[in-house]
Design a protein around this ligand. Sequence first.
Ligand code: GRF
Length: 188
Amino acid sequence: MKIGVLLSGSGSNLQAIIDATKNGSLPVEIGLVVSDNPDAFGLKRAEKAGIKAQYIPPGPKRTVLSPEAEEKYITALKEAGCELVCLAGFMRVIKDKILAAFPGRVLNIHPSLLPAFPGLEAWKQALNYGVIMQAVVPVLPNDTTKTLLNRIHQQEHIIYPMAIKLFAEKRLKISGRQVSVINNNPKK
Ligand code: GRF
């Protein structure tokens, strides 16, 4: 299965995905990496790994893609044969057009626990919300933004490839906004 990765910056998550595909733990091929930032280091990481990488201008707005840009992103991803779109530090809100072009096939990673569930029956709220995978890191008294971010990134680099693997193995069942993981080996 081919995947596309959208990024805007460093691309350490892209690197984790590349490494996982190379060491055989993630059975997908990265068909295309696209960035809205021509200077994104992630584009260089892709090129170094021999992956097709492309800057596609995002249009004039800072937080979204223009409608023309959306079309170009969709065309590029489809032409590269990508069946799944992985957002990896893509700093723009993904709107309906891209979501409709890849229904149930856009994954994101975020460096906090999303969302928090305040109030009554937090466990019920959490179940209804539906997320694929989460990791928790401690916030330590002497942390700086750098040490905390490093700790978060370490976990992201483990769980994002794992979540993509679940998708590739067709083990994610989507109903409404809930996603559940199907265990294909019930004996385990
Ligand atoms: C990650 O922390 C991710 O959760 C967020 O953006 C950051 C991207 O980092 N969406 P990198 O470019 O993968 O290093």
